[in-house]
Design a protein around this ligand. Structure first.
Ligand code: C2E
Ligand code: MG
Ligand code: MG
Length: 716
């Protein structure tokens, strides 16, 4: 035997070795020769003694055994698992035949090997197995490599999962080799699509998810053809998401083996970008161009108009009393109203015109190729469209706007000038009673400086006692008798001439000077009422109260003091409040109104119908009278919508047991209509304008004289 041959047990007792060769010996020798020839580590076990018949060099090398191992060890010593031990127990009682097991083998120097062990019987002729061949297949390295690979894969997968990007790895043929969960998530892929790893289905899904799927398909094909191509692009998905895709070849030892695709969600970034871009030129609420955009558009319009010597008009629109809507209905509703108004104005535009929202409730309309006539027509259309009644949350209200118009080139040759002139014209429309349009008037460019001048002059006027009160009769609609008076302030200034309250009251409200003016008016009106009363003309006098004035903490005290110092019963003082006052801080207002009612003062709501009317507060507040706004009276009886509103107000007042007075009654037709509708009182030029106290007394006395005369005649 060579060194490489199997180590066989030493010769048996002399008798046996020396005797004639038995077939058994021949067979065993053949087995030992086979054992030596086996590449695989192996040994042969005697099934009865479990001792080794032989062991081959591979086994000795693997298990690091010395040559004498064959004598020292038996099957049990070389067994690698409980299963193995049990097998040999079975063998001893003639039962065990085969065993294939995954087990371990321990080397002489104490190392554990992972082996696959096969035990097979060695059969000779018909005799049952006397010996067993044990082969072990060392899988230690293989298993370690496998574990390492598995660990690596797991680590790679964990790395994939830990990136924020969606990752997909394909081979050169486009078959999926790996992906992470984020990938599936970004593409919104159903679980089953991925669990099947059906590559075509996944790509099909991706193709169908992008908006431009054909272009995407072409690009995919292109990427496949040039395996080394890198690409980066944005994909817009049908879901509205924007994915940024970066793909690059996966190269191993200089050769492309596949492709890595990374997808990143850019939706927010993109929309934020878009929003920022849009924000700079559009108004976020209405989506209309904003002031900045208007500036650019104006420049463009100027350039065009200069080039072809054409004209255009700039209309500046400001909602009337919009603050009331915001104050009473809340900003959200205010926003809805603005969107609605924008939509309505759009219907008045022709192609090429531009509508911009340039401030809270301000819009600008650029009317191309418009002259004075065209601008006027556009303004009229806008007033008509915006003036139609709104219905919101079950409440109907009208909201008008005031329009200022500036024409190119007559009113300015630069954008800024045109805007400023349109603005002052708009202010004049407001002062003239709102719901109207005005053209720029070169002489009346009353801007901030003008308002400051007015404010200053007002303060001087009060100090110099230049204000007067005029009294406009309020008459019973049935009898025509004067039953009250509204005190209206008048100001004749030595420099400015007659200044209308519609012009200076807003300025005073803005500067806060209204509080001083209001105080003066209250004192004066109460003294006048006391004077008339003391002279046998007990007539209630109505005083207009501004919001700012009403909100003063000591307002009720001031009213009480005015009444007390003039010794006037509260019942002869009426306070005219606007709707916005009541809704603004309702609980505070309610308390104040009750205190005023306790003083005996009467409360009326002025300009009724122009603000927000809530039945709730009408019921809750101790109000006696509604004053229908002049703007509705103007339209009756001809205008259906005005007539409808007037009708509704009167019906509502009836139901709530409130008196109704119509203001601004100018015609007999209006009076008759109002009488038919059941209106209680009227006030207006039809009967009398606001009169100085002396003229008012004359009217009053004339009336009593008339009545006396009538009574005398009647007595006859
Ligand atoms: P207002 O309280 O609604 O007063 C009614 C306005 O309508 C008055 O204008 C009156 O002269 C006018 N008017 C009366 N009858 C007719 C008519 O038949 N046709 C037309 N077209 N107009 C008529 P005025 O005096 O210029 O006052 C305008 C506004 O200024 C008042 O509206 C009121 O809001 C405010 N105001 C006037 N005096 C005072 C005051 O003493 N204090 C406060 N806070 N505001 C005042
Ligand atoms: Mg009034
Ligand atoms: Mg009024």
């Amino acid at each position: 035997m060579t060194a490489r041959s199997a180590r066989a047990r030493p010769a048996r007792p002399a008798a046996a070795t020396r005797g004639p060769r038995t077939p058994a010996v021949t067979v065993q020798q053949a087995w030992l020769a086979m054992l030596a020839a086996l590449n695989e580590p192996a040994w042969i076990v005697d099934g009865q003694s479990l001792r080794l018949l032989g062991i081959n060099p591979s086994a000795l090398a693997l298990l690091k055994l010395a040559d004498d191992a064959v004598e020292r060890l038996d099957a049990l010593a070389l067994a690698g698992s409980p299963e193995d031990l049990a097998f040999w127990d079975d063998v001893k009682v003639g039962r065990g035949t085969h065993l294939r097991s995954e087990s371990v083998a321990m080397t002489a120097d104490g190392r554990l090997l992972q082996v696959q062990r096969c035990i097979a019987p060695l059969v000779c002729g018909t005799t049952s197995a006397t010996h067993f061949l044990v082969t072990v297949h060392d899988r230690t390295d293989m298993l370690r490599a496998q574990t390492e690979r598995e660990t690596l894969v797991a680590e790679l997968q964990a790395t994939l999962e830990s990136t924020a990007d969606g990752i997909l790895v394909t081979d050169l043929a486009g078959r999926i080799r790996a992906f992470n969960r984020r990938f599936a998530q970004l593409w919104g892929m159903p679980e089953d699509l991925l669990s099947e790893r059906h590559d075509d289905a996944v790509f099909d899904w991706m193709r169908r998810s992008v908006t431009d799927s054909r272009g995407y398909q072409r690009r995919l094909a292109g990427l496949q053809e040039s395996a080394l191509m890198r690409a980066s692009e944005s994909l817009l998905l049908l879901s509205g998401q924007t994915l940024e895709m970066v793909t690059q070849p996966q190269v191993s030892r200089g050769r492309p083996i596949g492709r890595v695709w990374a997808f990143r969600d850019r939706t927010e970034l993109v929309s934020a970008d878009r929003r920022i871009e849009a924000l700079t030129t559009t108004d976020s609420l209405t989506g209309l161009p904003n002031r900045r955009h208007l500036g650019d558009a104006l420049d463009l319009a100027l350039a065009h108009a200069r080039r072809d010597s054409s004209t255009f008009a700039l209309l500046l629109l400001d909602m009337d009393r919009f603050k009331q809507i915001n104050d009473s209905l809340g900003l959200a509703t205010g926003d809805r109203v603005l969107v609605e108004v924008a939509d309505r104005i759009k219907t008045c535009m022709r192609q090429g015109d531009l509508l911009a929202r340039i401030g809270g409730d301000q819009f600008a309309l650029l009317v191309h190729k418009a002259d004075l006539r065209g601008a006027e027509a556009a303004a009229a259309r806008v007033l008509e469209a915006t003036g139609r009644a709104h219905t919101l949350e079950g409440t109907q209200f009208t909201l008008t706007c005031s329009v200022g118009i500036a024409l190119y080139p007559a009113d300015g040759t630069e954008g800024g000038t045109l805007l400023r002139h349109a603005e002052t014209a708009m202010q004049r429309a407001k002062q003239g009673g709102r719901a109207a349009y005005r053209f720029h008037q070169p002489t009346q460019d009353a801007d901030l400086r003008e308002r400051m001048r007015l404010d200053h002059a007002m303060r001087q006027a009060l100090a110099a006692n230049r204000f007067r009160l005029a009294y406009q009769p309020q008459v019973d609609i049935a009898s025509g008798a004067i039953v009250g008076a509204e005190a209206l302030i008048r100001w004749r200034d030595p420099e400015l001439g007659d200044v209308s309250p519609a012009r200076f009251i807003p300025v005073a409200e803005e500067s806060g000077f209204i509080i001083a003016i209001g105080d003066w008016v209250l004192g004066q009106a109460v003294r006048q009422a006391a004077n008339w009363r003391s002279r046998g003309m007990p007539l209630p006098v109505a005083v207009n109260v501004s919001a700012l004035q009403f909100q003063q903490a000591d307002f009720v005290d001031r009213v009480a003091e005015a009444l007390r110092s003039a010794d006037l019963p509260g019942a002869l003082l009426e306070l005219e409040l606007t709707e916005s006052i009541l809704v603004r801080d309702a609980s505070d207002a309610l308390q104040r109104l009750h205190s005023l009612a306790l003083l005996g003062a009467r409360l009326a709501i002025d300009d009724f119908g122009t603000g927000y009317s809530s039945l709730a507060y009408l019921k809750r507040f101790p109000i006696e009278k509604l004053k229908i706004d002049r703007s509705f009276i103007r339209g009756v009886p001809g205008d259906g919508s005005d007539a409808g509103i007037v009708h509704a107000i009167i019906q509502m007042a009836r139901a709530l047991n409130l008196k109704v007075i119509a203001e601004g009654v100018e015609t007999e037709a209006q009076r008759q209509y109002l009488a038919r509708e059941g209106c209680d009182l009227l006030q207006g030029f039809l009967f009398a304008p606001a009169l100085d106290p002396f003229s008012f007394e004359e009217r009053l006395n004339g009336q009593s004289a008339n009545r006396r005369r009538l009574r005398v005649v009647g007595d006859d």
